[in-house]
Design a protein around this ligand. Sequence first.
Ligand code: HDE
Length: 703
Amino acid sequence: MAEPIDDQARTEAKYGEAAVRVGPGGEVHQVADAQHPTLTTAQGIPVSDDQNSLKAGARGPTLLEDFHFREKIFHFDHERIPERVVHARGFGAHGYFECTKAIPELTRADLFQRAGEKTPAFVRFSTVAGSKGSFDLARDVRGFAVKLYTKEGNWDLVGNNIPVFFIQDAIKFPDVIHSVKPEPDRGFPQAQSAHDNFWDFISLTPESMHMIMWIMSDRAIPRSFRFMEGFGVHTFRLVDAAGKSTFVKFHWKPKQGLQSVVWNEAVKINGADPDFHRRDLWDAIHAGDFPEWELGLQVFDEAFAEQFAFDVLDATKLIPEEEVPITVVGRLVLDRAVDNFFAETEQVAFCTQNVVPGIDFSDDPLLQGRNFSYLDTQLKRLGGPNFTHIPINAPKCPFAHFQQDGHMAMHNPKGRVNYEPNSWDFGGPRESPEKGFRSVPEPVEGPKLRIRPESFADHYSQARQFYVSQTEIERRHIANALTFELSKVQTPAIRSRVVSHLRNIDETLAQSVAKQLRIKQMPEPATAKRPTRMDLKPSPKLSIVQNGPKSFAGRKVGALVTDGVDAARLDALAKALKAEGARLKLVAPEVGGVEDSAGAWRDADEKLEGGPSVLFDAVAILPSKAGAAELLMVPAARDFIADAVAHRKFVAYSADALPLFQKAGVADAIDDGFHELKAPADADAFVALCRKVRFWDRAGAER
Ligand code: HDE
């Protein structure tokens, strides 16, 4: 008989700092102690060895009876749930909503009754088209979904960062989404609208033209989630205690101001840091720089709706703030990252139907379709009807009902009663005519028809209004985005068809795109059911540049430094940024850091090759003389500078950086967006410049 193998044979060893036991095959074993509890299976059985499966002999086959191995692999194999069919890539955070202005005269919704009262909130931001693993800076709409855990149940305001949508009727949603997703025969492109199918569909869907203007604008490439607006999009209703209702549109206004990247930056950020947006939110929250939005209401009545130029039930239209001003009634603060991404961000289930007493729907056909869709999708994604038992989805107020059983039921009724009416003393919950949700008794009648109302027929006027409300630079970005997207479209007829719609929006825009695409024969304007209105006044609130931040708070400066960097200059810059609420990040040839002119060590945040200037809002080029000479040979140093200049960022520098400017080809371009740091006070002046975020007056780049 063979000698039994001692499967516990281990040698004590040091592994770096850690004391471990090393097995016969050289594998590392860490053993439970006072600080580390015993590892168990999901059934609670203690595990002796998590490095080796159970085998017949050291080199023999693995045994079926190894329940630990079997359970571990089984669970791993089932870790994924279906990703969201849209908005798959998202990032969430916790926070609170604080009512700053009580509005009982407008709504009985409990969260709006008492100024100063806070309601817990969870927000998930997302892109729409890309899959879960796609990159953050796709040209796309951003989801802005807010779950408010009010004292009278959960209210989900499932909005976007763009106030209008592609389509007017929910029945077209699968089509618009199919068209933007990877083409079915080839499985690409991922997270891109720049392909034939999307533009084919769009060019045959004139109602999408207003949304197209937004999507081609810088709104679709936000600098971060913190710097974008949110919109409920549809018209909703507020209902007061007497049952009187008013129409409302919801707006989230970022306190940090609006900011976007430029397209060339977006392309490069996606390579340098595909997680740029989620990392930004994570970093800001962990740095205690909590992002904040104001909740604004546009409130209007039937009389306004009657006389407004467009139908308030049409989700391809907005109401300019200049026409119905916004009243701020609260603020949303995000102050806590999730504990577990899957449990919270992935499993959170939003639903437009989650409204509370005091909020109600309108007949917007897009909203009506959404009300059906969200519950349906959660069933598929979360696997059963009990997803409200998952903590992130559960209300934080008392709740009581007779729903029971189903997959993974966690809250099961106790006792005999699971129905009502019943006659038991302990009979459980009863309905409440006073507190309960009641729909607005809107009279509804009409013939059953599949028809689009005529009041939805104007597809170009607001597209034009958006376009003419933009500054010159923003208009150029729209033309360039259209050109980029359409140059990826391989079918010339589709390119021309899009241009035929642009002619109904703005002739200069159409000409510019046609020229940049080199369309030889200008197409006729597309047939329009309604002529474009030329009399709508520009709405400056629709522009980012005209509503930019007044402060540089929450932004980051990337300083390119080498050994010998001037200590006083760096300190002055750090101090000025801190006073503004902004942060300084050091980019160095090696990630270990640099020794400054005073002989002190400065840890770097990024190695130069991994920390290109696209990751920062402004840059400082502060090498020593010797350091600059060495950087002359480093392509990443030249790109760092050339990109910052091309992306119209503000540049602080020391005189020692000048040879580098020469090498990067920007020495002749030194303009008012460059600021030399000679004395410490220059740092303050540089930060003051940065409040404009970009030096748009710089010549170059856009054609
Ligand atoms: Fe959505 N949408 N949607 N949507 N939507 C989903 O629900 C749908 C629309 C929005 O972070 C899905 O849980 C239809 C407009 C956000 O978890 C799904 C229609 C707006 C999110 C769905 C629309 C949105 C979703 C997929 C046309 C802005 C992400 C996964 C009528 C006002 C929520 C899910 C999150 C997600 C359906 C149009 C916003 C399939 C049918 C308009 C922010 O139910």
